[in-house]
Design a protein around this ligand. Structure first.
Ligand SMILES: Cc1ncc(COP(=O)(O)O)c(C=O)c1O
Length: 400
């Protein structure tokens, strides 16, 4: 048999899944594993959204739709973009896809050529660099440090942009750090972007999961760079609809047309039933979303307080999304049962084997010696997890 694609061999598999799968395997063997690996809300999809899907099935709304998406959903997205994001798009400037992940990939396909550089802030969502490689472009990282609240500055951005740069992928609120950029900070980045002609893919999937009165701001609403920004969003996180696979983007007409052309040859439309459900989610009042975010905030506050009492862990309080991204650097170099803890992979392994606590190591997000903890789980699970984390850190703290 001939060899597999070289491109695919260079792509990493989603490493966030590795520890989740290991934890599941241990659970299936009867081991009481507490898992903080989830990347999705633990709430059910709201009832009125489920009803819209059931009605779609009952009405036999089960065939191909227009590639771009159904008019009701496109209209709901256009209205949402205006009222919530100050983004004015004609309906022809919106494309519905099979999740925000698909929207981002379509956007990259639409604008990237071989050898183009794509700037990514690091720590980053694991899929960005791999998607960039899949379109034959080159990821270029800009380091967002904990000292700067995991945000990059305009100066840092200016430094990496050159004639090969095609895209800047921007993500606020961020997975994995929970960092949220202010309007002022985004305007400073926009000043850099304005004269370069590069595109921005602004991934706003966590926009509604935001705390402490911090306001989400859409980079695409800044007039001078309006046509450069491709705004990506979806219903997965805000409406607890990860399995329905509906994402969307809005941008300049030529970019959206190009992305739609790619989609028309690869998947065609997103699922007809899920589109009707997404239209219902976007059109209804946000009561369910508000309740979910209030609960996330309660859990975040609890977990941040608990972690602040654990010697050896450093944590920046996240302002959005549902993850904590602490550094456990101080435990690197310690020995446990004769084995050296070399990095975050070993720390995650230690937490799982010693305390039966599953977390995701930071390296796949571009941040060594950090771990990602998701608080998209019940308060009871979170309490158990904090107890186990405390025990594990005590052991390591006392180790030599
Ligand atoms: C930053 C970020 N963008 C996009 C996505 C993908 O969302 P969707 O489920 O809409 O494909 C995720 C999912 O984890 C994410 O964390």
């Amino acid at each position: 048999m001939k060899s597999l694609s070289l491109k695919v061999q260079q792509i990493e598999e989603s490493q966030t899944l590795a520890f989740t799968q290991l934890a599941r395997k241990m659970q299936s063997e009867g081991i009481d594993v507490v898992s903080l690996t989830a990347g999705e809300p633990d709430f059910p999809t709201p009832p009125h959204v489920k009803m819209a899907a059931i009605q779609a099935i009952d009405e036999n709304f089960t065939h191909y739709t227009a590639n771009q998406g159904i008019p009701a959903l496109i209209k709901a997205i256009a209205e949402k973009f205006i009222s919530e994001n100050n983004l004015q798009f004609d309906t022809s400037q919106i494309l519905v896809s099979c999740g925000a992940k698909h929207s981002i990939f379509n956007a990259l396909q639409a604008v990237c050529n071989k050898g183009d550089e794509v700037v990514i802030q690091s720590p980053y969502w694991v899929s960005y660099p791999e998607m960039v490689k899949l379109v034959d472009a080159k990821p270029v990282f800009v380091n967002a440090t904990a000292e700067n609240n995991f945000k990059i500055s305009a100066t840092q951005l200016r430094r990496v942009i050159n004639e090969k740069t095609k895209v800047f992928i921007f993500n606020s609120p961020s997975n994995p750090t929970g960092a949220v950029y202010t309007q002022g900070e985004i305007e400073e980045l926009a000043d850099v972007i304005r004269d370069t002609g590069i595109y921005v893919i602004s991934d706003e999937i966590y926009e509604k999961v935001i705390y402490d009165g911090v306001k989400h701001f859409s980079m695409g609403s800044i007039k001078p760079i309006r046509d450069q920004v491709i705004t990506v969003n979806g219903v997965s996180k805000a409406f607890a609809m990860t399995g329905w696979r509906i994402g969307y983007l809005g941008g300049a007409k030529p970019v959206v047309d190009a992305a739609a052309k790619v989609q028309s040859q690869v998947t065609s439309n997103a699922t007809s039933i899920a589109q009707r459900a997404a239209a219902a989610a976007l059109s209804a009042p946000t009561k369910d979303v508000d309740e979910m975010v209030t609960e996330f905030k309660r859990r975040r506050d609890f977990a941040v307080e608990q972690i602040s009492k654990i010697p050896g862990i450093e944590l920046k309080e996240p302002k959005g999304a549902f993850y904590l991204f602490p550094s456990l650097q101080s435990f690197v170099g310690k020995r446990w049962n004769g084995k050296m803890i070399r990095d975050d992979m070993d720390i995650a392994q230690f937490l799982l084997s010693e305390e039966h606590l599953a977390v995701v190591p930071g390296s796949p997000f571009g941040a060594k010696n950090h771990i990602r903890l998701s608080y998209a789980c019940s308060m009871k699970t979170l309490q158990q997890a904090m107890e186990r984390l405390k025990n594990a850190c005590k052991k390591l703290h006392e180790a030599y």
